[in-house]
Design a binder for this molecule. Structure first.
Ligand code: SF4
Length: 289
């Protein structure tokens, strides 16, 4: 396999074959994100992608999942995506699921029929970054999409029969806007009812616009206790029956996992135990800060 620069994938794609269909992120301007800063967005030549599939087949006897990277591979034209999916199906017949990152823009550009077609060709899951349901927080973080657009994109993915995984970032509103961030994020998630919800925690990476905002006092990252309280408010407001909820990313101080709405009270009880000092927050060292 040939990889260009650092490659990222969702935690649930840890055992997947990562196939770079695009290089970098088509937006690449979110204030908090450092993932693809060193890469200029481009589409890889189709022949190279198909060759990588052939090489993977020759080298790995069992490939059950494939993840199409980088940041927004769903932006590829239909013809390219269907050719890739068909080639995966032909060369890797045991593959049970193909996943992809999709920006709201690339999802909204595709018709419902096109998304359904991708599903029928083997695409199984789309990973969508909500980050926050609050319009002001999204604008401040230069997400380039409104919460309404992101929710519409998520609903469109689900309507096409694809599984939907959505991430939000705890602490993204800072201590200044934590409450509206929590309440509006809960509302956006409730409107999409994703199959999977991943709650990450804000980390301030050096060289990002967010780092500058923190230095200038525009955004104050919340403490572990404040983050726990914010998550409590989010869980109190969410209504997303059947969504698998996880805050077990390397960035999270408190590991929570359950299925909504069934396990909401148990997760809130765990937060309360942590706020009362009966449950341990993971330390900076454990989180690798
Ligand atoms: S958060 Fe996602 S959309 Fe924003 S710059 Fe990073 S990869 Fe691109």
């Amino acid at each position: 396999m040939r990889y260009y620069g650092r490659v990222f994938r969702p935690p649930s794609e840890a055992y997947s074959l990562i196939l770079q269909a695009t290089i970098g992120c088509s937006h690449n301007k979110c204030a908090f994100c450092s993932m693809y800063k060193e890469k200029k967005f481009r589409v890889r030549p189709l022949a190279e992608i198909l060759e990588d599939i052939d090489n993977a087949r020759a080298n790995y006897p069992l490939i059950e999942r494939v993840f199409l990277a980088d940041g927004d591979a769903l932006i590829l034209p239909m013809e390219t995506l269907t050719t890739i999916l068909k080639h995966i199906r032909k060369k890797i017949p045991e593959c049970r699921r193909v996943g992809i990152y999709g920006s709201p823009r690339s999802i909204l550009r595709k018709t419902p029929e096109e998304l359904a077609k991708l599903h029928s060709e083997g695409l199984g899951i789309v990973y969508l970054g909500l980050e926050s349901g609050n319009e002001e927080v999204l604008a401040r973080m230069n997400k380039g999409e409104t919460a309404a657009e992101i929710v519409g994109a998520g609903q469109k993915v689900k309507a096409a029969g694809l599984a939907l995984s959505v991430t939000a970032i705890s602490g993204l509103g800072g201590t200044e806007h934590w409450q509206e961030h929590a309440v509006d994020t809960a509302a956006a998630l409730s409107a999409m009812k994703p199959d999977y919800i991943g709650l990450l925690t804000l980390r301030v990476y050096s060289g990002t616009p967010l780092e500058k905002m923190v230095k200038e006092g525009i955004v104050t990252p919340p403490s572990p206790k404040q983050l726990a309280y914010e998550t409590r408010v989010l869980l109190e407001h969410i209504d997303s029956e059947g969504s698998v909820f996880r805050s077990n990313h390397a960035s999270n101080y408190l590991v929570l996992a359950g299925t909504l709405n069934r396990d909401r009270e148990a997760m809130i009880a765990k937060i309360d135990a942590a706020l009362d000092g009966k449950e341990r927050f993971r330390s900076y060292v454990e989180l690798g800060f």
